[in-house]
Design a protein around this ligand. Structure first.
Ligand code: LLP
Length: 424
């Protein structure tokens, strides 16, 4: 459930009408319902209560500082993938022992910064990375926990750009390689092989691929424990799907009911702690993008609504062919006329669209549209393409709204540039 709904004719976020925000901050803008973020996080926490898991929100999905702080304040940890995300994690004061660091390409500088910050563990993706972490930990005279990311080779049936747990992906290590590493963990005196990690893909609506992968990896855990390695953590990654249109994803409760029984023996006998890294499940439906119609254009065969948000603001439709519902901020009175349109942005690319051949109520120039389910992989994937300014992120709690990130200025746009006179 999310907190964007019509009250009377107008779409609201929690208790705030959208037009009031548009009037204050201009368009386009991202809008987040903090109540929805917390609700989704707490639902997952409640569903997994029996296992007392560590829930690390995946910062890559939405890295807004206010959002992160709100989740952290309610007990969430963070899943990070870069020095920049570590910087954000530190800024919001998360307990570093609730931070896990994934990524196939961590640089030595990032590794050093994370060890210095005393993060809980790295999710390690290659043998060479283990050598680097060991060497840095040795130099810093620290012991560092690591989890080995395993590639369980399952097909999660989602968009091929966001499957990550099958053999042909670049992620993780095969069970055979990982087994060898665990058996030779003595070769890494500054590392503690504390866990295993999987992440099989994103927007997975069905628990079965998770179950399959977890079963496989639990067998692996048993075998390395048998070999004398205490494995304390099983990080089951993120990937829980949400409703964009007609999907029927598992609920947090259903997911937990499918997953928790698999851990029963391990949990009770040996204390294997579960870690989750949800991004989209918490943030996807907690945010929207609000845009204004600039122009309408029709030919014999096609109608276009040209809006002020483009693919630089929301790249998911262009990049993944992703579907986002589009709602008029003001519901059209009575039985509205509907027609098929392409909702497109101002960018000089044919791929610049938010929706194609979408049946929408007839709206006019100046009207506001809400592009739904944009709280995950929305703003974070935005860019300055076409020298467009990145747009504000506005947060709502109850009756109040605040700008959590202001609209960029032209000055911001050229902040790191100079005209190099020597070459002119
Ligand atoms: N953990 C790891 C190791 C990941 O790679 C990801 C996402 C997550 C957790 C969080 O996954 P989630 O719960 O959000 O599915 N830009 C794409 C999604 C890319 C996902 C990358 N990895 C999109 O817009 O659909």
């Amino acid at each position: 459930m999310h907190r964007f709904e019509y009250r009377g004719r107008e779409l609201t976020c929690e208790d705030v009408p959208l037009s009031a925000i548009a009037k204050k901050v201009g368009t386009p803008f991202y809008l987040y319902s903090i109540g929805t973020f917390l609700d989704h996080y707490l639902k997952l926490k409640e569903a997994f209560k029996a296992a007392n898991p560590l829930i690390c929100f995946s910062v890559k999905a939405n890295s807004n500082l206010t959002v992160l702080k709100a989740l952290v304040k309610h007990g969430a940890g963070l899943d990070i993938v870069s020095g920049g995300e570590l910087f954000r994690a530190k800024k919001v004061g998360v307990d570093p022992q609730k931070v896990v660091f994934a990524s196939v390409g961590k640089s030595e500088a990032e590794i050093e910064a994370a060890i210095r910050a005393r993060i809980l563990m790295f999710n390690v993706e290659s043998v060479q990375e283990l050598d680097v972490i060991n060497a840095v930990a040795c130099r810093l005279k620290k012991t560092q926990k690591v989890a080995i990311r395993l590639n369980p080779d399952v097909q999660p049936h989602t968009h091929h750009y966001i499957t990550t747990g099958s053999r042909e992906n670049k992620f993780g290590l095969s069970l055979e390689t990982a087994y060898k590493l665990f058996m030779e963990s003595y070769r890494y005196p500054f590392l503690r092989f504390a866990g295993v990690h999987i992440h099989i893909g994103s927007q997975i609506t069905d628990a079965r691929p998770f179950v399959k992968a977890i079963k496989r990896v639990l067998k692996f855990v048993d075998s390395v424990r048998f070999g004398g390695n205490p494995v304390e953590y099983f990080n089951i990654g993120g990937g829980l799907g949400i409703i964009y249109s007609k999907e029927k994803p598992q609920t947090a409760k259903e997911f937990a009911a499918a997953i928790l029984p698999l851990f029963k023996d391990h949990d009770l006998k040996h204390g294997l702690r579960i870690i989750l890294e949800p991004g989209r499940f918490i943030s996807g439906n907690s945010g929207i993008l609000v845009t204004r119609v600039l122009y309408e254009k029709s030919s014999d065969s096609k109608s276009f609504l040209i809006v002020d948000a483009g693919m630089n603001d929301l790249i998911r439709p262009a990049f993944y062919g992703a579907h986002h519902e589009i709602l008029p901020v003001w519901k059209v009175r009575g039985k509205s006329r509907r027609h098929s349109v392409d909702v497109v942005g101002p960018i000089c690319e044919s791929g610049d669209f938010l929706a194609k051949d979408r049946t929408l109520p007839v709206v006019g120039v100046g009207d506001l549209l809400a592009v739904m389910s944009c709280g995950a992989y929305g703003f974070v994937m935005s860019s300055n393409y076409n020298s467009r300014l990145r747009i504000p992120e506005v947060v709502v709690k109850g009756k109040r709204f605040f700008t959590a990130r202001r609209r960029e200025s032209f000055r911001d746009l050229i902040r790191n540039e100079k005209i190099v006179s020597e070459v002119i």
